[in-house]
Write a new protein. Sequence first.
Length: 222
Amino acid sequence: MKLGAIVDQLEAMYGRMERPVMRPFDIILHENASYLVDDARRLQVFRKLRDEIGNDPGQILEHEPQEIEAVIAEGGILAAHRARKVIAAARVAAKIGLDEIDRAIEKDLQKAKRLLKQFPGVGEPLADKILLFSGAHTILAPDSNALRVLIRLGYGIDDKSYAKSYRSAVDATKDEFATPAQAQRAQAILRHHGQQLCKRSSPSCELCPVRKHCDFYRLHIA
């Protein structure tokens, strides 16, 4: 079964996922403002930062670290460290220019990746995610939850190196989706499935609607 059809079955179970943060700099703020909290809290903290401080580099740089720390306090541990990362991201954005990032995403994806990796917390997976949700390409950028689902379904290999596992899954799914919207939808559903049923330990395979298409279920459970 094609991955798109598997995503359809999972969406029939879970329903449509909420539209995520899409703007490149917003995704960077969304990732850096919180640490080790669930999706709902992460989005709440980002929105509070956006509404009370601002989500443009200049607005952020007008505030003291303590002000930002207070606004993002509910985003998990190490609030002062997170505030410094938000400020560092704003400084990088001010230096590069958000328009320059947008132009690179539109015309030169390799340059866009190089620019994005200058931001705190942005490695290959997050850079890929930003490009995906910017509508620049149709390639998945799975987080650890979505990656686990993909590998169990047979898309990629489970390697001791996270980077190798990640790249194998990205390569295995690169031709699965025709539009960015399809890939965005798939990524959100696969991530949610990894959080809800297809967990790292003790996955709830008996409840999974796509278990008959799953290599992990066939080899280890059935």
